[in-house]
Structure formats: structure tokens, C-alpha cells
Design a protein around this ligand. Structure first.
Ligand code: GTP
Ligand code: MG
Length: 332
């Protein structure tokens, strides 16, 4: 499996052939996205969720995605350490992912790696990534349901708003709730995300803050897709069982409303778009029309000093004119 994912990561024709071969076996695993600021406790939380999911008999694949690093490993070593107690479990597969040279981008690679895990019989795939920028947030479009992990103090609520992760969460986890300020952050989130209460009030005004709603998902308060807010302490495991219940209720709701289906179809459409773009670019690179290094393309564009559309269109026309002469003559 690790070798299959490496093939897909490196973006060559072997990886593509593998995807096509496995495609009929993709799905129907659930894909859970976990994002949040650096050090919020995402990996520790995933480790705790692994325990809950294994208890339910799920086979779980974890993809720890680092958009900032061109190579996997290194900084992501910490992820494996945090989940070390599951390392010997054959029902758990943990893998770090990075951009490498794939033109389709990390979101496509992540989606395809999740597909490989599904084809291998994993029933749940967890994607962990640091939510600090647009590309990181975008990776969450590979997930069915998104958990945003925040921590009290240090103005994390403001950071999250800036990074755009306030729009993508289905469930907001206030982690490290063993530290001061957790109830306050939960109140701010309830106000910002659900329009409930006033964060300026004392936390005692919100006696239910952070506790899982119980019972039928259809009787939960708030609009259908109002994000849920839960307190947890991944380090000591408190709140994780309740979080698991919230997760299952949220998934059931997304499914019942048709939103899950919409998300998956949107993901497929984006995937096709990316494959088309990557295929055209690969075709141009193979023919020496476009350099493999995007910076080199930029330098040539700057020398050209005309409009970008014209710059690219002329190259395409050149490629089509010379199509026969250049075909097969890869000149990277
Ligand atoms: N006090 C407290 N510390 C926690 C909790 N959860 C995680 N930590 C600690 O926070 C630190 C970061 O935890 P990680 O799980 O690596 O956080 P992360 O979000 O995966 O970090 P990156 O992947 O590097 O962004 C570690 O030292 C954890 O032990 C918690 O609930 N309470
Ligand atoms: Mg981590």
C-alpha cells in the first residue's frame, strides 16, 4: 500500500494506471478531515479517534498531509509518534504525504491515496492537515466531514477566522479543554458559528456548552448544517467518546439531507478538472513546449512581456503545429 501511494504521489503513468485499475474498488469508506492551527493537538486527537473507531471494528487509514513540505517524512515524524500505539495494529495504516512533483496538486493526490486505502478494505480514512492557508483548507475538500481543532488562548479564534477554516468545519473541537479558557472559546464559537448566546457573558450562561447532544440526530437543535461545537482533551481522552457520537450524528445528517452526495460529486468534478489540467500540462512538457519548472515558465513569460493568455495560446498552437514531429520526443 505504501508503494502504491508513493507511485501516485510521484505522478507518473504507473500511478495513473494503478488508479484506473483500482477505481472500481474505490468507496464507500467515510473520509474524515481533521484540520486546525499548528500544535492544536490534531494528531493526538486522531490517535484518540483511532481508538474509538477500532473499538467499533473499523479499519482506519490515516493520511497526514503536509502542504508546506515538498517531501514526506521529516516534520511529520511527530504524527507517527503521536499515533505510535496503533503502529502494530494491522487495522490501522498511517502515512505521511507531501506535494512532490505532482501537477494535479496535493488535494488530488490525497483523494487518490484515500481511494487506494478504500480499495484495500479500509472503512474509514482520516486526513490530517495543518489549517493555516488556502491550500491547506482546500485539502479538506477531499473529506466527507470536517473537524476543525482549535485550542483556548493565543487568539486562536481570530487565527481561524483569518485562515478561512471557519467556513469549512462541520464540527469544531475545542481541544486542550484541560487548559483555561476552553469554555470561553466554545462560547465565542457558538456565537460566531450558530449565533447563539453572547460570548461576553459568563460561561455559566452556557451550561450545555461542550456536551454532546443526545438522541435522534433529527431532533438536534439548530439548522441542518449548523456546525457542532465540542470540548475535548485529546491528551487525557476526555470528550472523545462524545465527539465520536457527534461525528456519527453529523455524518447521518449529511447523508440524509443529500449534502454528502453533493460533496462527493463536487469532489469528483474537481478531480476530473485537475486531471485534465495535469494531463495537458504533461503533454506540453513532454513536447518541450512548456518547461517542467513553473518558475522557468514564469521567467519566459516575463521575457515575452505580452498578455498571459496570448503567451499560453501561442505555445499551444505551436504544440499542435509540431504535434507529429515532436510526438514521442520527450525533451524535459
Ligand atoms: N494540555 C493538553 N495538551 C495537549 C492536548 N492534546 C494535545 N496536546 C499536546 O499538544 C502538543 C501538540 O500535539 P499534536 O497532536 O502533535 O498537535 P498537531 O495539531 O497534530 O500538531 P502539528 O501536526 O505539528 O500541527 C503535544 O505536545 C501534545 O501532547 C490536550 O488535550 N491537552
Ligand atoms: Mg500533527
Amino acid at each position: 500500500m505504501a508503494r502504491a501511494i508513493t507511485l501516485i504521489e510521484s505522478g507518473g503513468s504507473e500511478g495513473e494506471a494503478l488508479i484506473d485499475l483500482l477505481y472500481p474498488h474505490f468507496g464507500p469508506a467515510r473520509i474524515i478531515g481533521v484540520t486546525g492551527p499548528p500544535g492544536a493537538g490534531k494528531s493526538t486527537l486522531v490517535d484518540g479517534l483511532l481508538t474509538e473507531l477500532r473499538r467499533r471494528g473499523e479499519r482506519v487509514g490515516v493520511l497526514a498531509v503536509d502542504p508546506s513540505s515538498p517531501f514526506s517524512g521529516g516534520a511529520l515524524l511527530g504524527d507517527r509518534l503521536r499515533m505510535a500505539r496503533h503502529a502494530a495494529d494491522s487495522g490501522v495504516f498511517i502515512r505521511s504525504m507531501a506535494t512532490r512533483g505532482h501537477w494535479g496538486g496535493l488535494t488530488l493526490v490525497t483523494t487518490e491515496a484515500a481511494g487506494v486505502l478504500q480499495a484495500a478494505g479500509f472503512t474509514t480514512v482520516i486526513i490530517e492537515t495543518v489549517g493555516v492557508g488556502q491550500s491547506e483548507v482546500e485539502i479538506m475538500s477531499a473529506a466527507d466531514v470536517v473537524l476543525v481543532v482549535l485550542v483556548p488562548g493565543a487568539g486562536d479564534d481570530i487565527q481561524a477566522l483569518k485562515a478561512g477554516i471557519m467556513e469549512i468545519g462541520d464540527i469544531y473541537v475545542v481541544n486542550k479543554s484541560d487548559l483555561p479558557g476552553a469554555a470561553e472559546l466554545a462560547a465565542v464559537l457558538r456565537f460566531a458559528l450558530r449565533g447563539e448566546g453572547n460570548p461576553a457573558l459568563d460561561e455559566s450562561e452556557h451550561p450545555d456548552s461542550g456536551h454532546a447532544d443526545s438522541g435522534d440526530p433529527n431532533t438536534l437543535p439548530g439548522p441542518v448544517h449548523a456546525p457542532q461545537i465540542r470540548l475535548a482533551s485529546a491528551l487525557n481522552g476526555s470528550g472523545l467518546a462524545e465527539l465520536m457520537v457527534t461525528l456519527e450524528q453529523t455524518e447521518a445528517r449529511l447523508q440524509a439531507s443529500g449534502e454528502l452526495d453533493r460533496r462527493r460529486r463536487r469532489r469528483s468534478a474537481t478531480e476530473l478538472e485537475r486531471i485534465a489540467q495535469a494531463a495537458v500540462r504533461g503533454w506540453l512538457v513532454d513536447r518541450g513546449i512548456v518547461p517542467v519548472d513553473p518558475d522557468q515558465l514564469l521567467r519566459e513569460f516575463e521575457r515575452d512581456n505580452r498578455g498571459p493568455h496570448r503567451f499560453i495560446r501561442e505555445r499551444l498552437e505551436e504544440a499542435i503545429r509540431n504535434g507529429n514531429r515532436l510526438s514521442g520526443g520527450a525533451s524535459k
